[in-house]
Design a protein around this ligand. Structure first.
Ligand code: PMP
Length: 425
Protein backbone atom coordinates (compact mmCIF):
# COMPACT_ATOMS: atom_id res chain seq x y z
CA UNK A 1 0.00 0.00 0.00
CA UNK A 2 1.02 3.66 -0.27
CA UNK A 3 2.15 4.04 3.35
CA UNK A 4 4.44 1.02 3.09
CA UNK A 5 5.79 2.20 -0.25
CA UNK A 6 6.42 5.66 1.20
CA UNK A 7 8.22 4.27 4.25
CA UNK A 8 10.52 2.11 2.13
CA UNK A 9 11.11 4.92 -0.38
CA UNK A 10 12.29 7.42 2.23
CA UNK A 11 14.29 4.94 4.31
CA UNK A 12 17.96 5.79 4.04
CA UNK A 13 17.54 9.09 2.18
CA UNK A 14 20.50 11.06 3.49
CA UNK A 15 19.18 14.50 2.59
CA UNK A 16 16.31 14.08 5.00
CA UNK A 17 18.51 13.41 8.01
CA UNK A 18 21.03 16.05 7.00
CA UNK A 19 18.30 18.65 6.74
CA UNK A 20 16.95 17.76 10.17
CA UNK A 21 20.41 17.97 11.61
CA UNK A 22 21.10 21.35 10.09
CA UNK A 23 17.97 23.12 11.20
CA UNK A 24 18.73 23.42 14.88
CA UNK A 25 22.38 24.06 14.11
CA UNK A 26 21.87 26.82 11.59
CA UNK A 27 19.09 29.07 12.81
CA UNK A 28 18.59 30.65 9.43
CA UNK A 29 19.85 30.60 5.92
CA UNK A 30 22.02 33.67 5.93
CA UNK A 31 24.81 34.96 8.07
CA UNK A 32 22.55 37.81 9.11
CA UNK A 33 19.88 35.49 10.44
CA UNK A 34 22.49 33.31 12.07
CA UNK A 35 23.45 36.19 14.32
CA UNK A 36 19.87 36.72 15.58
CA UNK A 37 18.27 34.99 18.53
CA UNK A 38 15.75 32.27 17.71
CA UNK A 39 13.05 34.30 19.51
CA UNK A 40 13.73 37.31 17.28
CA UNK A 41 13.66 35.20 14.12
CA UNK A 42 10.32 33.67 15.16
CA UNK A 43 8.97 37.16 15.85
CA UNK A 44 10.03 38.49 12.40
CA UNK A 45 8.59 35.46 10.63
CA UNK A 46 5.29 35.57 12.52
CA UNK A 47 4.89 39.33 12.10
CA UNK A 48 5.23 40.12 15.82
CA UNK A 49 7.44 42.81 17.26
CA UNK A 50 10.92 41.35 17.82
CA UNK A 51 12.91 42.32 20.90
CA UNK A 52 15.47 43.93 18.62
CA UNK A 53 13.69 46.08 16.06
CA UNK A 54 16.44 46.53 13.50
CA UNK A 55 17.94 43.87 11.30
CA UNK A 56 21.55 43.29 12.30
CA UNK A 57 24.21 44.08 9.74
CA UNK A 58 26.73 41.52 8.55
CA UNK A 59 29.31 43.18 10.77
CA UNK A 60 27.29 42.13 13.83
CA UNK A 61 27.59 38.45 13.00
CA UNK A 62 30.20 37.66 15.57
CA UNK A 63 28.44 35.42 18.00
CA UNK A 64 29.48 31.83 18.42
CA UNK A 65 26.45 30.36 16.67
CA UNK A 66 27.42 31.90 13.36
CA UNK A 67 27.97 29.22 10.78
CA UNK A 68 29.86 30.38 7.70
CA UNK A 69 27.94 29.17 4.72
CA UNK A 70 30.02 27.93 1.79
CA UNK A 71 26.94 26.26 0.35
CA UNK A 72 25.02 29.07 -1.34
CA UNK A 73 24.84 30.39 -4.88
CA UNK A 74 24.88 33.99 -3.69
CA UNK A 75 28.22 34.49 -5.47
CA UNK A 76 28.32 38.28 -5.12
CA UNK A 77 26.74 38.45 -1.66
CA UNK A 78 23.85 40.49 -3.08
CA UNK A 79 20.93 38.69 -1.43
CA UNK A 80 21.50 40.57 1.82
CA UNK A 81 22.84 43.82 0.34
CA UNK A 82 21.07 46.80 1.99
CA UNK A 83 20.05 48.31 -1.37
CA UNK A 84 18.53 44.99 -2.47
CA UNK A 85 16.62 44.55 0.78
CA UNK A 86 15.43 48.15 0.62
CA UNK A 87 14.25 47.80 -2.99
CA UNK A 88 12.21 44.69 -2.12
CA UNK A 89 10.72 46.38 0.95
CA UNK A 90 9.80 49.57 -0.95
CA UNK A 91 8.18 47.61 -3.76
CA UNK A 92 6.20 45.52 -1.28
CA UNK A 93 4.93 48.67 0.48
CA UNK A 94 4.00 50.28 -2.83
CA UNK A 95 2.58 47.34 -4.77
CA UNK A 96 1.90 44.54 -2.31
CA UNK A 97 3.32 41.13 -2.84
CA UNK A 98 1.69 39.27 -5.68
CA UNK A 99 1.49 40.07 -9.37
CA UNK A 100 -1.86 38.25 -9.07
CA UNK A 101 -1.88 36.64 -12.50
CA UNK A 102 0.31 35.42 -15.32
CA UNK A 103 2.27 37.99 -17.30
CA UNK A 104 0.03 37.63 -20.36
CA UNK A 105 -3.19 38.10 -18.43
CA UNK A 106 -2.34 41.02 -16.13
CA UNK A 107 0.70 40.30 -13.98
CA UNK A 108 3.17 42.22 -16.15
CA UNK A 109 4.12 45.58 -14.64
CA UNK A 110 6.59 48.31 -15.59
CA UNK A 111 8.93 46.71 -13.02
CA UNK A 112 8.95 43.52 -15.07
CA UNK A 113 9.56 45.50 -18.27
CA UNK A 114 12.46 47.35 -16.66
CA UNK A 115 14.05 44.14 -15.44
CA UNK A 116 13.75 42.56 -18.89
CA UNK A 117 15.46 45.63 -20.39
CA UNK A 118 18.23 45.52 -17.77
CA UNK A 119 18.86 41.81 -18.43
CA UNK A 120 18.87 42.29 -22.22
CA UNK A 121 21.45 45.07 -21.74
CA UNK A 122 23.54 42.86 -19.44
CA UNK A 123 23.45 40.01 -21.96
CA UNK A 124 23.91 42.15 -25.06
CA UNK A 125 20.69 40.91 -26.64
CA UNK A 126 17.76 42.63 -28.26
CA UNK A 127 15.22 41.49 -25.71
CA UNK A 128 14.52 39.26 -22.73
CA UNK A 129 11.64 37.32 -21.20
CA UNK A 130 11.16 36.59 -17.50
CA UNK A 131 10.15 33.18 -16.12
CA UNK A 132 9.04 32.04 -12.66
CA UNK A 133 12.35 30.16 -12.22
CA UNK A 134 15.40 29.14 -14.20
CA UNK A 135 14.06 25.60 -14.15
CA UNK A 136 10.85 26.79 -15.85
CA UNK A 137 12.91 28.74 -18.40
CA UNK A 138 14.74 25.60 -19.50
CA UNK A 139 11.52 23.58 -19.65
CA UNK A 140 9.86 26.26 -21.77
CA UNK A 141 12.79 26.74 -24.14
CA UNK A 142 13.22 23.07 -24.98
CA UNK A 143 9.49 22.46 -25.35
CA UNK A 144 8.86 25.63 -27.41
CA UNK A 145 11.76 25.11 -29.82
CA UNK A 146 10.75 21.51 -30.44
CA UNK A 147 6.98 21.88 -30.59
CA UNK A 148 6.63 20.42 -34.09
CA UNK A 149 8.97 17.53 -33.42
CA UNK A 150 11.28 17.96 -36.42
CA UNK A 151 14.32 18.70 -34.26
CA UNK A 152 17.46 16.92 -33.13
CA UNK A 153 18.65 18.10 -29.71
CA UNK A 154 22.30 17.58 -28.80
CA UNK A 155 22.82 17.92 -25.06
CA UNK A 156 25.96 17.74 -22.87
CA UNK A 157 25.80 14.69 -20.60
CA UNK A 158 26.33 16.84 -17.50
CA UNK A 159 23.65 19.41 -18.26
CA UNK A 160 21.43 20.57 -15.42
CA UNK A 161 18.33 18.56 -14.49
CA UNK A 162 16.06 21.31 -15.85
CA UNK A 163 17.61 20.91 -19.31
CA UNK A 164 17.31 17.14 -19.05
CA UNK A 165 13.61 17.47 -18.16
CA UNK A 166 13.05 20.10 -20.86
CA UNK A 167 14.54 17.78 -23.44
CA UNK A 168 12.34 14.94 -22.15
CA UNK A 169 9.34 17.17 -22.88
CA UNK A 170 10.71 17.89 -26.34
CA UNK A 171 11.06 14.17 -26.99
CA UNK A 172 7.41 13.66 -26.16
CA UNK A 173 6.73 16.02 -29.04
CA UNK A 174 8.85 13.91 -31.36
CA UNK A 175 12.28 15.54 -31.06
CA UNK A 176 15.31 13.26 -31.27
CA UNK A 177 17.87 13.44 -28.44
CA UNK A 178 21.61 12.85 -28.80
CA UNK A 179 23.76 13.17 -25.68
CA UNK A 180 27.44 14.04 -26.17
CA UNK A 181 30.21 13.31 -23.69
CA UNK A 182 30.90 16.16 -21.32
CA UNK A 183 32.54 19.03 -23.19
CA UNK A 184 33.78 16.59 -25.86
CA UNK A 185 33.37 18.61 -29.05
CA UNK A 186 34.93 15.89 -31.21
CA UNK A 187 32.14 13.60 -30.05
CA UNK A 188 29.57 16.34 -30.66
CA UNK A 189 30.88 16.89 -34.20
CA UNK A 190 30.77 13.18 -34.90
CA UNK A 191 27.11 13.07 -33.83
CA UNK A 192 26.35 16.15 -35.93
CA UNK A 193 27.89 14.51 -38.99
CA UNK A 194 26.62 10.99 -38.56
CA UNK A 195 23.41 10.95 -36.53
CA UNK A 196 21.39 14.05 -37.35
CA UNK A 197 18.74 13.04 -39.90
CA UNK A 198 18.73 15.14 -43.08
CA UNK A 199 16.14 17.92 -42.94
CA UNK A 200 16.02 17.98 -39.14
CA UNK A 201 16.56 21.34 -37.41
CA UNK A 202 19.46 21.06 -34.97
CA UNK A 203 19.77 22.46 -31.47
CA UNK A 204 22.83 22.28 -29.20
CA UNK A 205 22.17 23.02 -25.55
CA UNK A 206 24.68 23.30 -22.71
CA UNK A 207 25.29 24.78 -19.29
CA UNK A 208 28.05 27.39 -19.47
CA UNK A 209 29.40 26.95 -15.93
CA UNK A 210 28.68 23.42 -14.70
CA UNK A 211 27.32 23.61 -11.19
CA UNK A 212 28.77 20.44 -9.68
CA UNK A 213 32.19 20.50 -11.38
CA UNK A 214 32.82 24.23 -11.58
CA UNK A 215 34.16 23.93 -15.12
CA UNK A 216 33.14 25.80 -18.26
CA UNK A 217 31.69 24.59 -21.53
CA UNK A 218 34.05 25.22 -24.41
CA UNK A 219 31.89 28.01 -25.78
CA UNK A 220 34.52 29.19 -28.26
CA UNK A 221 34.76 25.68 -29.66
CA UNK A 222 30.96 25.48 -29.84
CA UNK A 223 30.84 28.81 -31.68
CA UNK A 224 33.38 27.52 -34.25
CA UNK A 225 31.42 24.29 -34.62
CA UNK A 226 28.24 26.26 -35.12
CA UNK A 227 29.78 28.04 -38.09
CA UNK A 228 30.48 24.67 -39.71
CA UNK A 229 27.23 22.90 -38.86
CA UNK A 230 24.66 25.67 -38.58
CA UNK A 231 22.81 24.72 -35.40
CA UNK A 232 20.92 26.81 -32.88
CA UNK A 233 22.99 27.34 -29.72
CA UNK A 234 21.25 27.60 -26.34
CA UNK A 235 23.44 28.26 -23.29
CA UNK A 236 22.30 28.10 -19.68
CA UNK A 237 24.28 30.76 -17.83
CA UNK A 238 22.65 30.14 -14.44
CA UNK A 239 25.91 30.16 -12.48
CA UNK A 240 27.92 32.51 -14.69
CA UNK A 241 25.58 35.50 -14.92
CA UNK A 242 27.06 38.48 -13.02
CA UNK A 243 30.02 36.27 -12.06
CA UNK A 244 31.88 36.03 -15.39
CA UNK A 245 32.84 38.55 -18.03
CA UNK A 246 34.13 42.10 -17.70
CA UNK A 247 30.55 43.39 -17.20
CA UNK A 248 29.10 40.30 -15.55
CA UNK A 249 27.40 39.27 -18.80
CA UNK A 250 28.35 35.62 -18.24
CA UNK A 251 30.71 33.06 -19.73
CA UNK A 252 29.65 34.01 -23.26
CA UNK A 253 30.86 37.55 -22.61
CA UNK A 254 34.03 36.28 -20.86
CA UNK A 255 34.88 34.16 -23.91
CA UNK A 256 33.81 36.75 -26.50
CA UNK A 257 31.03 34.67 -28.06
CA UNK A 258 27.91 36.58 -27.00
CA UNK A 259 26.66 36.97 -30.57
CA UNK A 260 27.13 33.25 -31.30
CA UNK A 261 24.64 32.26 -28.62
CA UNK A 262 21.03 32.36 -29.82
CA UNK A 263 19.26 32.00 -26.49
CA UNK A 264 20.92 32.90 -23.19
CA UNK A 265 19.05 31.18 -20.36
CA UNK A 266 19.63 32.54 -16.87
CA UNK A 267 18.35 32.61 -13.35
CA UNK A 268 17.93 35.38 -10.80
CA UNK A 269 18.39 32.87 -7.97
CA UNK A 270 22.17 32.69 -7.95
CA UNK A 271 24.44 35.76 -8.14
CA UNK A 272 21.38 38.02 -8.34
CA UNK A 273 20.38 36.74 -4.90
CA UNK A 274 16.64 36.66 -5.72
CA UNK A 275 14.37 34.23 -7.53
CA UNK A 276 13.19 33.84 -11.10
CA UNK A 277 14.48 32.88 -14.52
CA UNK A 278 14.94 34.58 -17.85
CA UNK A 279 15.82 34.03 -21.48
CA UNK A 280 17.75 36.82 -23.22
CA UNK A 281 17.33 36.59 -26.98
CA UNK A 282 16.04 38.38 -30.08
CA UNK A 283 12.50 39.76 -30.15
CA UNK A 284 11.48 37.04 -32.59
CA UNK A 285 12.59 34.25 -30.23
CA UNK A 286 10.81 36.07 -27.42
CA UNK A 287 7.60 36.10 -29.48
CA UNK A 288 7.87 32.34 -29.89
CA UNK A 289 8.46 31.79 -26.16
CA UNK A 290 5.60 34.11 -25.17
CA UNK A 291 3.28 31.97 -27.29
CA UNK A 292 4.70 28.49 -26.91
CA UNK A 293 6.65 28.50 -23.63
CA UNK A 294 3.95 26.93 -21.53
CA UNK A 295 5.97 27.12 -18.27
CA UNK A 296 5.81 30.91 -18.68
CA UNK A 297 2.39 31.35 -20.29
CA UNK A 298 0.51 29.34 -17.68
CA UNK A 299 2.43 30.42 -14.58
CA UNK A 300 2.01 33.47 -12.38
CA UNK A 301 4.42 36.33 -13.06
CA UNK A 302 7.21 37.08 -10.60
CA UNK A 303 6.24 39.06 -7.48
CA UNK A 304 7.06 42.76 -7.81
CA UNK A 305 9.32 42.89 -4.71
CA UNK A 306 11.41 40.10 -6.21
CA UNK A 307 11.64 41.94 -9.52
CA UNK A 308 12.59 45.18 -7.75
CA UNK A 309 15.23 43.33 -5.73
CA UNK A 310 16.71 41.80 -8.89
CA UNK A 311 16.88 45.22 -10.55
CA UNK A 312 18.69 46.60 -7.50
CA UNK A 313 21.06 43.61 -7.45
CA UNK A 314 22.03 44.16 -11.09
CA UNK A 315 22.64 47.84 -10.35
CA UNK A 316 24.81 47.05 -7.31
CA UNK A 317 26.81 44.48 -9.30
CA UNK A 318 27.49 47.18 -11.88
CA UNK A 319 28.43 49.84 -9.33
CA UNK A 320 30.57 47.53 -7.19
CA UNK A 321 32.79 45.56 -9.57
CA UNK A 322 35.03 44.68 -6.60
CA UNK A 323 32.52 41.96 -5.71
CA UNK A 324 33.23 40.00 -8.88
CA UNK A 325 36.97 40.53 -8.57
CA UNK A 326 36.95 39.51 -4.91
CA UNK A 327 35.09 36.21 -5.42
CA UNK A 328 37.47 35.23 -8.24
CA UNK A 329 40.47 36.13 -6.08
CA UNK A 330 39.12 33.94 -3.27
CA UNK A 331 38.65 31.07 -5.72
CA UNK A 332 42.21 31.28 -7.02
CA UNK A 333 43.56 31.50 -3.48
CA UNK A 334 41.60 28.45 -2.32
CA UNK A 335 42.94 26.49 -5.28
CA UNK A 336 46.51 27.55 -4.49
CA UNK A 337 46.25 26.73 -0.80
CA UNK A 338 44.69 23.30 -1.34
CA UNK A 339 46.70 22.47 -4.44
CA UNK A 340 43.64 21.79 -6.57
CA UNK A 341 42.83 23.21 -10.01
CA UNK A 342 40.12 25.84 -9.82
CA UNK A 343 38.19 27.28 -12.76
CA UNK A 344 35.49 29.29 -11.05
CA UNK A 345 33.99 30.22 -7.65
CA UNK A 346 32.48 26.72 -7.54
CA UNK A 347 35.22 24.49 -6.17
CA UNK A 348 34.57 20.73 -6.07
CA UNK A 349 36.81 18.78 -3.70
CA UNK A 350 36.62 15.16 -4.75
CA UNK A 351 36.48 12.77 -1.82
CA UNK A 352 35.25 9.52 -3.39
CA UNK A 353 32.71 7.63 -1.29
CA UNK A 354 29.43 9.05 -0.09
CA UNK A 355 30.32 8.28 3.52
CA UNK A 356 33.65 10.10 3.33
CA UNK A 357 31.95 13.16 1.84
CA UNK A 358 29.19 13.11 4.49
CA UNK A 359 31.69 12.67 7.32
CA UNK A 360 33.84 15.54 6.08
CA UNK A 361 30.81 17.80 5.70
CA UNK A 362 29.74 17.00 9.28
CA UNK A 363 33.20 17.64 10.63
CA UNK A 364 33.32 21.02 8.89
CA UNK A 365 29.92 21.87 10.32
CA UNK A 366 31.24 21.19 13.82
CA UNK A 367 34.06 23.64 13.02
CA UNK A 368 31.52 26.29 11.96
CA UNK A 369 31.42 25.84 8.16
CA UNK A 370 28.61 24.53 6.04
CA UNK A 371 30.12 22.86 2.97
CA UNK A 372 27.63 20.41 1.45
CA UNK A 373 28.45 16.86 0.45
CA UNK A 374 27.33 16.23 -3.12
CA UNK A 375 26.56 12.58 -3.78
CA UNK A 376 24.94 10.27 -6.34
CA UNK A 377 22.59 10.58 -8.11
CA UNK A 378 23.59 14.25 -8.50
CA UNK A 379 27.13 13.15 -9.40
CA UNK A 380 28.41 9.76 -10.64
CA UNK A 381 29.15 7.02 -8.09
CA UNK A 382 32.66 7.23 -6.68
CA UNK A 383 32.90 10.99 -7.25
CA UNK A 384 31.18 12.23 -4.11
CA UNK A 385 32.60 15.55 -3.19
CA UNK A 386 32.56 18.60 -1.00
CA UNK A 387 31.28 21.54 -3.00
CA UNK A 388 32.69 24.86 -1.86
CA UNK A 389 30.69 27.83 -3.15
CA UNK A 390 32.52 31.08 -2.71
CA UNK A 391 30.91 34.48 -2.36
CA UNK A 392 31.99 38.09 -2.28
CA UNK A 393 30.40 38.09 1.19
CA UNK A 394 33.30 35.91 2.39
CA UNK A 395 36.35 37.65 3.75
CA UNK A 396 39.98 36.67 3.34
CA UNK A 397 39.86 35.58 6.97
CA UNK A 398 36.82 33.34 6.33
CA UNK A 399 38.78 31.65 3.57
CA UNK A 400 41.87 31.23 5.72
CA UNK A 401 39.82 29.60 8.48
CA UNK A 402 37.95 27.36 6.02
CA UNK A 403 41.22 26.23 4.50
CA UNK A 404 42.64 25.25 7.85
CA UNK A 405 39.39 23.42 8.75
CA UNK A 406 39.58 21.53 5.44
CA UNK A 407 43.17 20.57 6.20
CA UNK A 408 42.00 19.46 9.65
CA UNK A 409 39.67 16.92 8.01
CA UNK A 410 42.79 14.96 7.11
CA UNK A 411 41.36 14.29 3.66
CA UNK A 412 43.43 13.69 0.61
CA UNK A 413 41.48 15.30 -2.19
CA UNK A 414 41.66 13.02 -5.18
CA UNK A 415 43.16 14.33 -8.37
CA UNK A 416 40.47 16.24 -10.17
CA UNK A 417 40.37 16.38 -13.94
CA UNK A 418 41.94 19.53 -15.27
CA UNK A 419 38.90 21.69 -15.80
CA UNK A 420 38.39 23.09 -19.25
CA UNK A 421 37.75 26.73 -19.86
CA UNK A 422 39.58 29.71 -18.54
CA UNK A 423 40.11 30.81 -14.99
CA UNK A 424 39.58 34.48 -14.40
CA UNK A 425 36.75 36.81 -15.17
N1 PMP B 1 20.24 25.78 -14.55
C1 PMP B 1 21.27 25.48 -13.76
C2 PMP B 1 22.59 25.18 -14.40
C3 PMP B 1 21.13 25.46 -12.38
O1 PMP B 1 22.16 25.13 -11.60
C4 PMP B 1 19.87 25.76 -11.82
C5 PMP B 1 19.64 25.82 -10.32
N2 PMP B 1 20.22 24.85 -9.58
C6 PMP B 1 18.82 26.05 -12.67
C7 PMP B 1 19.03 26.07 -14.03
C8 PMP B 1 17.46 26.34 -12.14
O2 PMP B 1 17.38 27.65 -11.69
P1 PMP B 1 16.29 28.07 -10.62
O3 PMP B 1 16.84 27.77 -9.29
O4 PMP B 1 16.09 29.53 -10.86
O5 PMP B 1 15.06 27.28 -10.92
Amino acid sequence: DWQQWLASSVAGLHSRSLFRMLRPTVPGLSAVEASMSQADIDAWVEGRQPASTTLPSLADCTDLRTIKLFSLNDYLGLSTHPAVRQAAANAALLCGNGPRSSALVGGYTHWHAQLERALARLKGTQDCLLFPTGFAANLAVAAALCHDGNVTVLSDELNHASIVDGVALARRRGAQLLVYRHNDLAHLEQLLKEDVPPGSRTLVITDSLFSMDGDFADLRGLAALKRRHNFLLVVDEAHATLVCGPNGGGAAEMLGVTADVDLHVGTLSKACGCLGGFVACSSAWKDLLVNRGRAQVYSTALPVPVVAAALAAIRVAEEEPWRRQHVWRLARRLGRELGVPVSSPIVPLLVGTEQAAMDASMQLLRCGFHVPAIRPPTVPAGTSRLRVSLSAAHTDDDLRRLTSALRGCGLRFQPWKQAQGEAGS
